[in-house]
Design a protein around this ligand. Sequence first.
Ligand SMILES: Nc1ncnc2c1ncn2[C@@H]1O[C@H](COP(=O)(O)OP(=O)(O)O)[C@@H](O)[C@H]1O
Ligand SMILES: [Mg+2]
Length: 229
Amino acid sequence: MEAALRLKNVKKMYLDGKFAALNGVSLDVEREEFLIIMGRSGSGKSTLLHIMGCLDTPTDGEVYIGKVKASSLSRDELADFRRKKIGFVFQTFNLIPNLDSLRNVALPLLFEGIEKGEREKKAAKLLESVGLGTKLHNYPNELSGGERQRVAIARALANNPEIIVADEPTGNLDSASAKHVLEIISDLHLKEKKTVVVVTHEQYVADMGERIIYMKDGRISQDGKLRGK
Ligand SMILES: Nc1ncnc2c1ncn2[C@@H]1O[C@H](COP(=O)(O)OP(=O)(O)O)[C@@H](O)[C@H]1O
Ligand SMILES: [Mg+2]
């Protein structure tokens, strides 16, 4: 079977081609794998994750999500494809401030043309699954950081994507909230059998994964399985 996600010699250039944020990255992520990405600030982790998550396109090289060559899709096709296949979780949550939890989570379903009653039912169920069944009608500014991130995870799961990518998902959280968020992400891998990719600079987060790649100057400098996994 093909990899969940495959990058072939991916480059991302900035400053009119003078600077390579990614300088030839090739990588296969297997189905149901839990991959951690580490590396110093500026090494290209977010750039890599955005390309893996189809939020951005490479300057050069190929990106496959399953059988689909994402790097050949038009902008609109890519956005559509991403919504179905990939759930993205950001360090800064990126919730819509004037929508309550329920509507934030239901939003991706609206784009899929699912009717209101069904959207809200599904969103409520997802929010319950992340422990927020009592916060359906709270707005983001009425929630703690940890709660906001759990809303964001519920939103990432709305279309039941095969792949979850998270960019420093606990970077803005206190340790208790971080633990809760990590348990949810870990369950997505262990119980829901999702393919999970997490960028982190924290060792205890990295320890949850099965494989770690280290980024350095826009390239993968190390790639290895974690002991005992
Ligand atoms: N839009 C951009 N224009 C120019 N340089 C960028 C842009 N986005 C990122 N970079 C540069 O690319 C490099 C990698 O950035 P990033 O992937 O965000 O690193 P990381 O997430 O590992 O901290 C950095 O040197 C950053 O300054
Ligand atoms: Mg980053």
